[in-house]
Design a protein around this ligand. Structure first.
Ligand SMILES: NC(=O)c1ccc[n+]([C@@H]2O[C@H](COP(=O)([O-])OP(=O)(O)OC[C@H]3O[C@@H](n4cnc5c(N)ncnc54)[C@H](O)[C@@H]3O)[C@@H](O)[C@H]2O)c1
Length: 350
């Protein structure tokens, strides 16, 4: 779906183009930002929540262009995704190229998720920046879960996280900023040392008590809102059984439902997704092997207030967020703008 820019947006593109020309020789130079430089220039947790809110509002109000991601799959359960997006309200336009190799940590001592992000000048299409995208992904994903949690279950006192790696740690950091009445966080990971590392990493930053669940069932029994970021597989692991889940809970997976019995989506009173198009594309690729449950609406529509989201305390809600590029581009543009302003990064010949 193409998006036609308004007169105000066209004026903003021109202004941005003029600004970029004052900083870079367009067409001959780009700004290169390492992960460390992204972090240095980057927004903190509260600012990221604001940026992702803006991105999801644009998505919910259909003020964007974002085709569903395309991918390549050299090995089973490995993927590379090309994720372009254009979000005119944020002057953001570009593409993320992201890889997910679930065996990397174990087999190579390397991260599961790595990638690059390219930004372009909307006025001319000229590439203006290339940056790491792993940190952006690590920030924007928990920000979206947390915004969805705040919209769907604002008074939750308990949150549970399956998977205590990069994403799990980020989720604990972000959720405490979004759910204001949170009293306890439960975490679970097959590797106990990863649970300990998560607790250590957020010490001093997260004052809500964190409990290591003895089993997935214990976590589900104790939590109103839950998320999962472990691994993504075509065949669901079905670790969480449908019998454990109850009315009134909110489940916000980041893993194409890999961790959950697929029946749970069908039992849900509302099944919300970040992008219908993306979910249908993944279904076509063999994920969601039992077929997608009927979709109620998109996460952005709930965040933008276009759809009411939860309308009854007793509703069981599943909100599946695969990860959408409007979030990446808005984050990338914010980092780029600050890096240019503060002289962070390296200008390289194009
Ligand atoms: N939806 C999105 O936008 C989005 C974005 C980024 C990553 N992800 C997905 O999130 C997942 C985690 O990413 P990450 O960067 O945090 O990886 P990571 O390797 O840093 O962490 C994964 C954690 O899950 C644990 N784990 C693996 N299998 C488990 C199981 N069966 N039960 C319990 N714990 C288990 C591992 O021990 C590890 O601690 C990946 O599948 C990734 O593709 C989704």
């Amino acid at each position: 779906m193409a998006y036609e820019a308004t007169k105000d947006q066209l004026e903003a593109f021109q202004k941005e183009h003029d600004y970029l020309k004052s900083k870079l020789e367009l067409g001959k130079e780009i700004l290169w930002l390492t992960q460390e430089e992204c972090i240095k220039a980057g927004p903190d947790v509260a600012e990221t929540l604001g940026l992702i809110h803006k991105a999801m509002e644009a998505h919910g109000k259909k003020r964007y262009e974002m085709p569903a991601k395309i991918g390549i799959h050299p090995y089973e359960d490995v993927f590379y995704h090309a994720m372009p997006a254009y979000v005119p309200d944020s002057l953001a336009c570009g593409v993320k190229w992201i890889e997910c190799y679930p065996r990397n940590p174990k087999d190579f001592g390397l991260p599961q998720t790595t990638g690059l992000l390219i930004l372009n000048d909307i006025m001319t299409g000229i590439p203006v920046a290339v940056m790491d995208s792993a940190w952006i992904t690590a920030m924007r994903t928990p920000a979206l879960t947390s915004l969805a949690a705040a919209a769907l279950h604002p008074d939750a006192k308990t949150f549970g996280m399956f998977g205590c790696g990069v994403q799990g740690t980020g989720h604990v950091r972000y959720i405490v900023k979004a759910l204001k009445e949170l009293e306890k966080i439960y975490i679970y990971d097959v590797r106990s040392e990863n649970m300990d590392r998560l607790i250590q990493e957020v010490e001093g930053e997260v004052s809500v008590p964190i409990v290591k669940a003895a089993s997935p069932e214990e976590l589900v029994a104790n939590c109103e809102v839950m998320s999962s970021a472990t691994i993504i597989l075509r065949d669901p692991l079905k670790v969480v059984k449908k019998e454990w889940v109850r009315k009134g809970q909110t489940i916000i997976p980041c893993d194409l439902n890999t961790f959950w019995d697929p029946e749970i989506c069908r039992m849900a009173d509302k099944y919300i997704v970040d992008s219908k198009e993306e979910h249908k594309l993944f279904e076509g690729m063999g994920y969601f092997p039992d077929g997608l449950a009927p979709i109620t609406c998109e996460t952005g529509e709930v965040i933008a207030g276009v759809h009411p989201g939860r309308t009854d305390r007793e509703e069981l809600i599943v909100c599946s967020n695969i990860g959408i590029s409007v979030c990446d581009m808005v984050m990338g543009q914010a980092i780029f703008a600050r890096a240019l302003e503060q002289g962070i990064g390296r200008i390289l010949p194009l």
